[in-house]
Design a protein around this ligand. Sequence first.
Ligand code: HEM
Length: 433
Amino acid sequence: MTWKTSLSRLSTSFAFAALCLTFFYVASTLICKRKQVNLPPDPAPLPIIGNIHQLPPAEDLLRKRGNLYNSRPRLAVVGECFTKGMSSVLIPYGNQWRAHNRIFLSLLGGHLESKQLLFDLLAGSMDSREDESSEFEFSAHIHRLTCSVMSSLIYGRRLKSFDMEDVAKVDEHVKEFSHEGNRSETQLAEMFPVLNYLPSWLAPWKRRGDEIHAKTVDYFEKNVAIGKKNAPWNFTHQADRLRNGGALHDIYEMPNTEMAYFLGHMQGAGSETTTVILRLFVLACVLHPSKIQTAQHEIDRVVGMRLPSFDDASRLPHVNALINEFKPERWLESPDLPSYSFGLGRRFCPGKHLAQGTLFITISRLLWAYNITHASRGGHKVEVDPWVMVQGLAAPPLPFEAAFRVRSKRHREIIQSEWENAEKDLDKIISLS
Ligand code: HEM
């Protein structure tokens, strides 16, 4: 931290920045390559106790003195050039953030509970027609599911197949954002924001920022038009009602483009994160079969031969513990352990309840339906490396293979009949809830 601060003081010097550019480019390229196969960076741990000593003060600062510490650092490239100050995740603490957060809480708090049926039915579409599926298939199915949950809620439109253009677009948006953010020159300009005063022809991140932003806004605005046409309820209507009904007027006048951005960004924030956790869950199944079997036995005992539902959640402690952490016994011994997976303080993740609902229904049904194990090729187990992760916003595991074996003929029949008989019309589902 101290070296970074003292370097920032010199940032007004262009000559220094130019020298740094060469050094930083070479260094960060080397570091990025090395990190590809290492764990993501974290604060330096102390011997034996690791980072535990940093938690109580962090909690104290973020919860009790949130006014001071819940803002975001200035991100000249990602926050200003790429997202033009409209990204809910990156905007600094203040009235604009309060307006974004007020919409989130209204959408994801009380309203959400009555919409869980929606996720239940969407999660039911995870039907595998084969006994086994490769990495590509399971990962793409998972991603379709999370994108479709978000798209249904935000725009009232299901994404029915993983090869639909919109699934690819959500992915492309998140990947592009992540890729651009990792470029050496982007990181240099984030470190020396004064470089943002350079004209566009000398600052490639500004040109790319304008292109990305224009493309993104165009896509988000098209989706808003779809959301407005779709009846009777979705986040687009809800956010519009809050904005036009005056619920935000006391703090912030949100322009149309920003509202489109807010909704589109929510789709990326909600689908990418949940996809990563579900892929990590599959990885845990492959690596720790005994822990998975304990949760499966619990489901068999409590649920029996039907799909698990949200009503079963309170009776499945092993499944809940598994979702919290892949060393689940800690949560069985102390169910009230503090958890920071969704952040803390005022910038706490507003999608927590939605994410937890999606994770519970998907994971409990996957465990009920399938044995998830190592893939095999030519009679040999395909090994997976648990530590190889991709650098980026959410640090997902690199693609890996897994085999999904349906647990019995009866399980297969139930999966098929549940899907065939499921109500698939979103308007009807919403009016039922
Ligand atoms: C398993 C899934 C998810 C995980 C692990 C996760 C985790 C996080 C974390 C750690 C933060 C930062 C909190 C902080 O700075 O203190 C965050 C922020 C955020 N998350 Fe999530 N999230 C998930 C799902 C979702 C979903 C489904 C949505 C949308 C419906 C969402 C929307 C957001 C937004 C908008 C922010 C920025 C909040 C702000 O800066 O005020 N997330 N999330």
